[in-house]
Design a protein around this ligand. Structure first.
Ligand code: GZL
Length: 342
């Protein structure tokens, strides 16, 4: 592919991926923000009298990526800063461990339960038990697929609708390009993996020159990303791959290792676009090995505990709380890296 075509493909891929990521970081739950809406009282506890200490149970997915570690640090640091009694449980990426933790929070009778659901489905029974116990629920980072939106008070995550419209007008003006794309998917069944795959396919459907020729889960981890990229490169189609779209930076960083081990130049021979915006991704862009990362802000601690304190005080909380993200490319990475918070 000529240099010009590569640049076009990259530009298109970056834009396409940027739009894809929009649905990537968190799944729109379809509800509309309604600040006047008071959390559903049925089943929820009456606002407890001001306590010396608010008690929150938090079930975290695991520690699979730099993004997740930054997310955990933000939540734990903010709880400490506000004097909140945080019961924090790491589920090692297993839904059954999350459900066990949620049930333990009911027994402990905490004031609020919060969690980042590892996958979208399978939560109705335990969320009904929590509602019957009168404990409000806050979702962070990832959404759940439930029939009753009253099973949780609010969902805190990225909202890309506006940004999507903005970027959408941006890349539609670009001429078409060509790329044979390898895709590293996130955790099967998780909201970000579902949304990122769906969104990316919808976007590149408008560009016949952009084709996904290999796609497999790398489970959001660096090790698996490297292993799967190595298998892609060893496959018959491996020699045709000109671009990689990775559902998160950790898998992209693993893939960069595999690309180098295959004697190719990541970011040059194979253009790479990923998601999250972790510090190591900026380092890779400065080194010319990654071409673009679309931020998915993990620093949700302050928004989470603002919501918790409002719930406990009986104040209204919006059904959707938005986090803000940006798109970062190699061209400005050396400057951007100086102000990264994670
Ligand atoms: C973002 C978050 C994803 C990150 C991954 O929605 O759920 O999980 O993109 C993390 O790095 O493992």
């Amino acid at each position: 592919m000529s240099r010009m075509h590569r640049r076009l493909a990259l530009g298109l891929l970056t834009a396409a991926s940027a739009l894809t990521l929009l649905s990537g970081c968190s799944k729109q739950d379809g509800s509309t923000p309604n600040s006047s809406e008071k959390p559903k009282a049925d089943g929820a506890k009456e606002p407890s009298a001001p306590k010396s200490q608010v008690r929150v149970g938090f079930s975290q997915i695991g520690a699979e990526s730099d993004w997740r570690k930054a997310n955990t640090e933000s939540i734990q640091a903010e709880a400490k800063k506000r004097g909140i009694d945080l019961q924090f449980v790491d589920a090692q990426q297993k839904q059954e461990n999350q459900i066990k933790a949620l049930r333990s929070f009911i027994v402990q009778d905490v004031d609020v339960i919060a969690f980042s659901p590892v996958v979208e489905t399978g939560w109705e029974p335990v969320l009904k038990e929590i509602k019957d116990a009168g404990i409000p629920v806050v979702l962070t980072d990832r959404a759940v697929d439930v029939s009753d939106p009253d099973l949780f008070v609010t969902f805190i995550g990225a909202d890309f609708v506006e940004e999507d419209a903005g970027r959408g007008s941006g890349w539609r003006r670009r001429p078409g390009g060509n790329a044979k794309i390898a895709e590293l998917q996130g955790t099967p069944g998780s909201a970000p993996a579902i949304d990122r795959k769906k969104g990316f396919e919808e976007i590149i459907a408008g560009y016949p020159g952009l084709q996904i020729i290999k796609s497999q889960t790398g489970e959001f981890t660096r090790a698996k990303g490297r292993e799967v990229m190595e298998s892609f490169l060893k496959s018959p189609e491996g020699k045709d791959i000109t671009a990689l779209f990775s559902h998160n930076d950790d898998m992209a960083l693993g893939a960069i290792q595999a690309i180098e081990e295959a004697g190719l130049k990541p970011g040059v021979d194979i253009k790479i676009v990923s998601i999250d915006g972790v510090h190591a991704a900026f380092e890779a862009m400065v080194a010319g090995k990654l071409n673009c990362t679309v931020e998915c802000n993990p620093l949700l601690g302050p928004q989470l505990f603002d919501a918790v304190e409002a719930i406990v005080a009986g104040k209204p909380v919006e059904k959707r709380i938005v986090t803000k993200e940006g798109v970062f490319t190699q061209e400005t990475a050396a400057e951007d890296i100086k102000t990264r918070q994670y």
